[in-house]
Each structure stands twice: as C-alpha cells, then as structure tokens.
Ligand binder design. Structure first.
Ligand code: GPP
Ligand code: MG
Length: 282
C-alpha cells in the first residue's frame, strides 16, 4: 500500500491483485474485436445464427456477437446520462480496461476520467486511449472511487458500470455526490440481490461473490444510500430478462470462466437482478 497504490485495506489490495493478474479470454478476445475492452456483461437479443453455418469461423462469430451485446450494454448506460456537451466532464468509477470511457468520449466529444485501483488496468486503458488518439480527452487514474481526488462539483455525470459491489454504497454515493455538479446525473448498471427473495444472498449469488471477491448488495441498499446522499432516482430499468440471452450464449462459447451457471441460476430463480439506476444530484 505504498505511494503508487490507491488501496486502503488488505481487502482492496486483494481486489487490485485480482484485476492486475486477470487475463480472461472472455475479456481480451472480445476486446480484440475492435479495441474496446469491456468488463461488464451484455444485453439484448442474441443472433443465434452465429452458432450455425461454417465451422471454420464459428468461434469468431460467437466472440463478435458477445462483444456486440456488451457494447450494447455500455451504449444503454450512456443513453441514461442526459444531455452531455463537449464542455462537460464525465467520471467512470471502476473503469477497468477503459471501454465505456472511450465510447463516451467518442459519443459526446467531452473529457472523461476513469478510476481503477489496478495499476495494470490503468496502464492498459491509457495505452488504448493513446492508440485511439483519444488521450487528450480520456485519462485513467490509479485512484480509489471512494476518494476520487477531484474538486467538488467537477462532473456533469458519474457512472459505475458493474463496480459498486466492491465498495460500501454510503461511502461511494457520498463521494459521488460531492464530485457531481448540482443537477448532475449518476448512473449505475449493477447486479443486486432481491430483498423480496430473501434477506441474505442466495447460494448462487454467494458463488458470484466468491468468484469475483465482491459483496453484491441488496436492491434496497441502492435506494437507501442514494436517498441518504441527495441522489434522487429518475429511472430504474430491470435488465434481467435482457441479459439472460447473453449468458446463454456465453455458456455455449469457447471462453467460459465457470461462473455462467451461477448467473443463469440466480437470474432464473429470482434471487438476483441486473438493474440500471439513474439518479440526479439535488
Ligand atoms: C466483471 O466483469 C464484473 C464484475 C466483477 C462485477 C460483478 C458483476 C455483477 C453483476 C455481480 P468482467 O467482464 O471482468 O467479468 P468476466 O471475466 O466474468 O467476463
Ligand atoms: Mg467480461
């Protein structure tokens, strides 16, 4: 936890280590399709014809289709940010290898900052920004999303694309509310467990937690922590049905990681939701 580190606990150190060494083909092979590397899942209908047709490029077709669905997820998130102009600034909290930030800069032409506690991810993402000639607009920082280092009111919008399950929500939303401009927008796409299914995570949700070393929050936790920090929900979309086809395709792909069954069970048994939440800072 030296000066080159953004972590403040041994837990965070273990998470940073996971992402420093992570090289799953499901992330690298998909990112290789167009140079936009994601660390989130996909939404939308699958084109199942990718599984039929010539054997020679079947694998490439499946990879491209999964990547298309992950890109659709990031596009959907960016759709929720409200009117963004070139003079606004955006923050990607938990930016991974940088995909969503690059898409935002390409779409809005504005400055985007990304944060990760993994030095390897930060370096990878900054290299990608440079190669795409976007380094003047997009910068990734080795920083902690709970203490982002930016001045109060810097950002018109902040998002977490599947990264809230690593942190305490009250602490996170207090920091986001501080860094957001008045009237600014917060958006997250997240997996959360269903309070109406049970008070504690199900077996399948617990398997997902163990796989990623994370702590998936209950759905209720999002709304209480948002309200406590002056972030008022404007839109909530249950994306569970929209993400199941992605997981069904992924389960039949050559780039499985072993967590596919747990996601499909959790979603289908109703113990887990894939949710988009957008909120405004008042
Ligand atoms: C990782 O995406 C995403 C998380 C660790 C967050 C957990 C998400 C939930 C909805 C609970 P990834 O693309 O790095 O994962 P994988 O390697 O499995 O594709
Ligand atoms: Mg992935």
């Amino acid at each position: 936890m030296g000066p080159q580190s953004a972590v403040t606990s041994r837990y965070q150190e273990s998470v940073a280590h996971y992402w420093d060494q992570e090289k799953n083909p499901v992330n690298l092979r998909l990112g290789d399709v167009d140079g936009i590397y994601h660390h989130h899942y996909g939404i939308g209908e699958v084109d199942w014809t990718v599984l039929t047709g010539p054997d020679t490029d079947r694998e490439a077709r499946v990879i491209a289709e999964m990547h298309r669905l992950e890109t659709a997820q990031a596009d959907f998130l960016l759709d929720q940010l409200g009117p963004i102009t070139e003079t606004h600034r955006l923050l990607d909290a938990g930016s991974g290898r940088g995909g969503t930030s690059l898409m935002a800069a390409l779409r809005f032409g504005c400055r985007v900052d990304g944060l990760s506690i993994s030095g390897k991810q930060v370096d990878f993402a900054n290299n990608r920004a440079e190669q795409m000639h976007l380094a003047g607009k997009v910068r990734y920082h080795l920083r902690n999303m709970l203490d982002n280092g930016f001045e109060d009111g810097t950002f018109q919008a902040i998002w977490n694309n599947e990264s809230t399950m690593y942190v305490d929500l009250d602490t996170l939303f207090a920091e986001h509310a501080r860094a957001l401009a008045p009237g600014g927008r917060y958006v997250t796409i997240t997996g959360c467990y269903n309070d109406a299914y049970g008070r504690l995570p199900s077996r399948s949700v617990s398997q997902i937690n163990a796989h990623y070393i994370c702590d998936i929050h209950p759905r209720s936790g999002y709304f209480s922590a948002l309200a406590a920090n002056g972030l008022i929900p404007i839109s909530v979309v249950d994306l569970t049905a929209a993400t199941i086809p992605y997981w069904e395709l992924r389960q039949q792909s050559s780039v499985t990681t072993g967590i596919e069954e747990a996601f499909l069970t959790a979603y289908k048994e109703g113990s887990f939701h894939y949710l988009m939440i957008a909120a405004d800072k008042v």
